[in-house]
Design a protein around this ligand. Structure first.
Ligand code: SF4
Length: 437
């Protein structure tokens, strides 16, 4: 396959090998992730360079600990509309600090070449060697860039915002984590709670705290689900590292309880598979997967890269707004926050009110040890990424491993001041982090 490097035709030293093909001695080969997982020990004994091929649903995080073993990582672009490999290229360079060759193959257009280059992609496999000259000219055709990349060039959007801020001296300096409040809410946003509803929820919290505040987590949940909010309460679960504990309790109390799961469409594939595993194992019958409004995504995040420029707005449209819609039918909801997670959760009450709803935090007082014991006692499966160092798991682009000694949530939005998922004046958002989201 012809290869383009720096706009020029280059000789390709590497050979793609299928999963069932033999690997000739001394030949630099590129193998699939599946083959790497299957034959890892054997492949490590080969005396020849090794490359890795990732499909568009295989994030580099799946092999993060081994990336420095590969001389090349080849990213597949299966269709024009599938842009996940753009994100993977950026993650390889920015997050995993991969310094080997990154190459792209599959359905790639000439007009995408410059952006791939800016993301740190070194080489592109093309079908026709005559394309090299054509592609080379693509590098000099653009003077304005719309996407952030691995290089230092500011996207036009950021430049425009910076200029706008500079013209308004009373406002603070440009900030990538600008609040999302400057974007109007969607037309179908649920109405805000009335003062009467807020007062009613506050009164319930006072009564319930006195009546139920001393109960164990399962008994408290049983009282809320079976007595106080029959048919009017939901659990919000991220299906993250500790989610199985509450889900197991729900399975024993009321397996048909509505469980709201926010699929931001930026989650790890492992989380989706873990959700399916737990739902099947625990026999949960009403897990409601809630997704962002496609119209909002089209208008505000058409490239799917908003997380890298305006993370708060990204969380707003991918988490806060869908959650607000999902919770609209309920007067109460259950979250998985714990005090041991620290920061603003260190003083978390077991029962609280927010914007006219009662929120139950049954695990508020639980320690990590207690959670681990519960997993063992009930034979619950662990999230597949936990053993790999992901102690708090949210969206793939915004979740990193936690190093020894770090806070459990240190891997979330690493390198930024952001440690919450949304607009904190929105009660639903205040609790998203608690649910592991
Ligand atoms: S966690 Fe990251 S990707 Fe997920 S919604 Fe928030 S900013 Fe977007």
């Amino acid at each position: 396959m012809p290869l383009i490097r720096g706009g020029n035709l280059a000789e390709d030293q590497w050979v793609h090998r299928a999963d069932d093909e033999p690997l000739p001695d001394g030949e630099p080969v590129i193998v699939s992730l599946d083959r790497w997982k299957r034959d890892r020990e054997t492949l490590l004994t080969r005396n020849a360079p090794l490359g890795l091929r990732l499909k568009s649903d295989q994030a580099p995080s799946q092999v993060a600990g081994d990336l420095d073993r590969f001389g090349v990582v080849a990213l597949e672009f299966p269709t024009f509309k599938d842009g996940r490999a753009f994100s993977y290229a950026k993650l390889l360079r920015d997050r995993h600090h991969y310094r080997g060759e990154v190459r792209a193959f599959g359905h790639i257009l000439r007009d995408q070449y410059l952006y791939l280059d800016r993301l740190g992609v070194d080489t592109i496999e093309v079908k026709d060697a005559r394309q090299a000259d054509e592609w080379k000219t693509a590098m000099g055709e653009y003077s304005v860039f719309y996407q952030p990349a691995a290089d230092a060039r500011r996207p036009a959007m950021n430049l425009r915002r910076k200029v706008a801020e500079a013209l308004k001296p009373s406002r603070p300096d440009f900030e990538d984590l600008a609040p999302a409040g400057d974007v109007p809410p969607p037309k179908d946003a649920p109405p805000k709670a009335t003062p009467a509803r807020i007062a009613a929820a506050d009164a319930k919290v006072r009564t319930f705290s006195h009546k139920y505040g001393h109960l164990s987590a399962p008994k408290l949940m049983a009282a809320m689900i079976g007595t106080e909010f029959i048919g009017n309460i939901a659990l919000v679960s991220s299906f993250g590292t500790e989610a199985a504990v509450l889900l197991h309790m729900v399975s024993e109390i009321a397996p048909d309880l509505p469980v709201v799961f926010l699929d931001t469409q930026k989650l790890f594939g492992e989380t989706l598979r873990y959700r399916d595993q737990l739902v099947g194992q625990l026999g949960l019958t009403d897990v409601q997967t809630v997704r962002p409004d496609p119209e909002r995504l089209k208008a505000l995040d058409p490239k799917g890269m908003l997380f890298s420029s305006r993370a708060n707005l990204c969380c707003q449209i991918r988490k806060v707004e869908p959650l607000d819609r999902a919770l609209a039918p309920y007067d109460a909801w259950i979250t998985g926050r714990k005090r041991y997670q620290g920061r603003r959760r260190a003083v978390l009450p077991v029962i609280e009110a927010a914007e006219g709803r009662v929120k139950i935090n049954p695990l508020a007082g639980w320690s990590k040890d207690l959670l681990d014991e519960y997993f063992t006692e009930h034979g619950l499966p662990r999230h597949p990424l936990e053993a790999d160092g992901y102690l708090s798991i949210g969206c793939m682009p915004c979740t990193d491993r936690v190093r020894p000694g770090e806070d459990v949530r240190a891997g979330r939005w690493r390198g930024t001041d952001k440690d919450e998922c949304g607009i904190h004046e929105t009660p639903a958002a205040q609790s998203l982090t608690s649910s592991g989201l």
